[in-house]
Unconditional design. Sequence first.
Length: 134
Amino acid sequence: MIIGVGTDMVDIRRIEKSAERFKTAFYSRIYTDAERAACDSRAGRKKISAYAMRFAAKEACSKALGTGLRQGVFWRDMENANLPSGQPVMRLTGGALERLRALTPAGFRPVVNVSLTDEYPYALAFVVISAEVE
Ligand SMILES: CC(C)(COP(=O)(O)OP(=O)(O)OC[C@H]1O[C@@H](n2cnc3c(N)ncnc32)[C@H](O)[C@@H]1OP(=O)(O)O)[C@@H](O)C(=O)NCCC(=O)NCCS
């Protein structure tokens, strides 16, 4: 069953400006080391698009959790990764994981599904949290 949905659209140029203005502080506040390594491995414009899609994913996930970036849910608690196939996944830790566990009914396990896309200058993410019988 579905227990949360969230979506977010980001202007890639806004992410670019924040990154230029705040430099390392921007990246280290929002992204985990693994996310930064994955995005930094992309060439040219694909790099900032990768950061923007992952930014949107975090906001979408925070909405699916029903909190936003509040109530102990922080940016780096929601880590984007990819399966070997390229499919995006999100790994939750800290306050986001606590919230996810609180949302999940007893006897179920949570699954965070994520889909990302970009078409310059926009990046978009969609997150669906479901609960499956253990
Ligand atoms: C929920 C949150 C993620 C919304 O993000 P936003 O970019 O400000 O706004 P968006 O236009 O994407 O989304 C707004 C909509 O989110 C939804 N929303 C608000 N609170 C929500 C919550 N707790 N759970 C789920 N959805 C929520 C609402 O539908 C809202 O629209 P409405 O007020 O007209 O009903 C925001 O509360 C938040 O925590 N933002 C942090 C942003 C931030 O820190 N930015 C700094 C950049 S470095």
